[in-house]
Design a protein around this ligand. Structure first.
Ligand code: NAD
Length: 446
């Protein structure tokens, strides 16, 4: 095994980058005809990139296989005295480039398969962003809306006790994900510190007043705007302020991206959330919309926007379409209806492989999620560095460093996109695979 991997390492130098004839996304699709989940879609895209790299099968398997999977049961006494048991998982996919890193998800549909695939995605995302981490993911099969805050806290603390031997500041660093927030991270940090001593660097996404980082809340939306700026430059489409934008989702990522694009002079002509959508062809006043919503009113009731069916948001004409809500929204039918020049995937997995094929045929450029929303994990990395330094950076410093990371990552994937004549998504996976492989090979296998 070691010998053959060394041989493959020698082959890498000359072989990486060589195209395998005719093995594009379409060739990967038949085996995943029934693909429905974001996890399966990601694997389809990953396999397309692997098909472009001349890697031996053993190396491919090594890159695809998680290093460790842990399943535990969390026994929690609920407020009414009843005992509940929750299944929880932590999957550590790859740590060739640094400690494992990845979110913690509380959701009724979480299962090991899901967590496994999300852990792999983190390996590629941290590699695209070139931050010194590997990839991991955790999850608990639970509907947190059905738990009281006290029950949620007990469950979180039980989770820490169950997995504390495989996580750590230099081992594996969890972060928030679906239904986990700064408060959950604070409990996590506190419980872990009881066993291992003061350890703020064991999780990121903590409250700013409790070893969190300034700039983390806006980081994904801000990173998205840096990504758009670089893409526009590369496509000779002008500046952020010259474009019309449509944004699906007005939560953390969508609202911050809208705000920053509007501040840069861009026209945000339509936005939506889970309950409704509004449009204004002259551009929405995003500052006023955010004030409207923070006073408890709905997005759809904003007076300066015409109501729109939320299902129609993606087909509103614009220069830049930003899905920033949920996965799987651009399938083949929707892809045929889009009226934009570029799609910037701020959400995770908004485009299905079938939808992606239609967009390619139509010549619509897609900036992929593993790069576009990498600002979040990048500022998580900055938080970790600040925790190690026991020091707090100024917000401008965080934003400036984020800009640098987003710009460098864009240049890396744009170069591969041009040199290999592959879509930006494939280029992003190729960049990530090459970086992880290089680290694996240079660390050796003994
Ligand atoms: P959020 O919960 O703050 O906001 C989600 C928004 O999407 C809300 O406005 C919600 O109403 C809207 N929405 C939900 N379902 C919708 C639907 N069917 N149609 C239209 N809108 C709908 O979440 P977020 O943190 O902004 O995350 C948005 C996306 O970005 C997710 O895909 C997430 O995985 C991804 N992401 C987020 C971060 C981060 O740092 N927050 C980092 C990386 C990726």
């Amino acid at each position: 095994m070691v010998r053959s991997l060394l041989i493959c390492a020698q082959q890498m130098g000359s072989a990486i980058g060589r195209l395998l004839n005719g093995q594009g996304l379409a060739a990967c699709l038949p085996q995943l005809r029934h693909a429905s989940s974001h996890a399966e879609n990601t694997n389809t895209f990953l396999r397309e990139a692997l098909n472009r790299l001349d890697y031996p099968e053993k190396l491919q398997n090594l890159l695809l296989t998680p290093r460790r999977e842990m399943s535990v049961e969390l026994v929690v006494q609920m407020d009414d005295g009843q005992i509940e048991v929750f299944n929880a998982y932590r999957v550590q996919h790859n740590n060739a480039r640094g400690p494992y890193k990845g979110g913690l998800r509380y959701h009724p549909q979480v299962d090991l398969d899901d967590v496994r695939s999300l852990a792999s995605l983190m390996t590629w995302k941290t590699a695209v962003m070139d931050i010194p981490y590997g990839g991991a993911k955790g999850g608990v099969t639970v509907d947190p809306r059905k738990l009281s805050e006290r029950e949620l806290e007990k469950m979180t603390r039980k989770l820490v006790v169950a997995i504390k031997e495989i996580i750590g500041t230099y081992e594996d660093i969890p972060a928030p994900d679906m239904n986990t927030d700064a408060k959950v991270m604070a409990w996590f940090f506190d419980e872990y510190s009881k066993y291992k001593g003061f350890s703020p660097g064991v999780v990121t996404g903590k409250p700013v007043y409790l070893h969190g980082s300034l700039g983390r809340e806006a980081a994904t939306g801000r990173g998205t705007t840096f990504a758009i700026r670089e893409l526009l430059k590369a496509l000779h489409m002008g500046k952020l302020g010259d474009q019309n934008y449509v944004i699906q989702g007005f939560g953390n990522v969508g609202a911050w991206a809208a705000q920053l694009l509007w501040e840069a002079g861009g026209k945000v002509v339509a936005v939506s959330d889970v309950a409704g959508a509004i449009a204004n062809e002259n551009g929405l006043d995003i500052g006023a919309l955010r004030r409207h919503m923070s006073s408890g009113k709905t997005l759809a009731s904003f007076p300066d926007g015409a109501p729109l069916k939320k299902e129609d948001i993606l087909a509103v004409p614009c220069d830049v379409l930003i899905p920033a809500a949920i996965g799987g929204v651009i399938g083949p039918e929707m892809a045929a209806k889009l009226q934009c020049k570029v799609v910037v995937e701020a959400a995770n997995g908004p485009t299905t492989p079938e939808g992606d094929l239609v967009l390619r045929d139509r010549g619509i450029t897609v900036l992929p999620d593993i790069y576009t929303n990498g600002g979040g994990v990048t500022v998580s990395f900055f938080e970790w560095v600040q925790n190690l330094q026991n020091f707090k950076w100024e917000e401008e410093d965080v934003n400036r460093k984020l800009d640098r990371k987003m710009t460098d990552a864009f240049n890396a994937l744009w170069t591969v996109h041009r040199e290999m004549a592959v879509p930006l998504r494939t280029a992003a996976f190729v960049v990530a695979l090459q970086r992880v492989t290089r680290a694996e090979v240079h660390r050796g296998f003994d």
